[in-house]
Design a protein. Sequence first.
Length: 278
Amino acid sequence: MNDIAATVNTSITEGEFSQFQKLIFDITGIGLSSAKKVLVAGRLLKRLRALGHDTYGQYFHYVTSGRNETERQTMVDLLTTNETFFFREPKHFEFLAELLRSRRPKGTFRVWSAASSSGEEAYTIAMVLAETLAQAPWEVVGSDVSTQVLAKARRGQYSMERIDGIPQHLLKKYCLKGIDENAGSLLINGELRARVQFLQSNLLGPRNDLGRFDVIFLRNVMIYFDNEIKRKVIANLLPSLSPDGYFIVGHSESLNGLTEALTSVRPTIYCRTQSRCL
């Protein structure tokens, strides 16, 4: 063990943990419960060692000094990465295909995966659009607050252990099996990757530069927010939803009591209250 590693205090104090709790809440709106104390300490420990800090308090001062924005983003990446997989909650993708068959789009059909994590959801959406719309124009945008998961999403390379949800015919059509040094992985083919754009975005801030979307997916992220933050996030996203667009949340989530601008059409699927719903 080197001298730097030997001097690190690997125990995070309650005060230090509270500082990171507040910081990550202020940046992302995510509330870390006290049960996450060990997780926070473990994920940040390597950064303490790499930077030569002896305590988590020193590291906190470093990332909040205003002079280390890159490290601040690294901290956000470490504390916000989420698990996802292909064709998660498949009824949502069945609905998407049904929507496209019943309402053939007149222009480019656009879908936003607003908490895209490492990209599996965005690429799942892309497969559904490619299969259903054939030559009609479409576009998928995936966004996340974490630059780390976005880099993985852009690569489009995943472990073979993570492909169980992809139907076999889509697996053959849109995925390439890795060989040699890439054995045990798959790569989303270049044509599909080119149709999906990934960008960094914080749900706590409105985006006025992305245009309108026919469907917005915001799944399995609001479970980390309190009601006040949920209302803020929904209000930030609604200007980007087309007048007859759909807003989809995770199966463990609901918009009940959070907004009057959206009406439930099916469990976890919403459309604008004044619009024509499927």
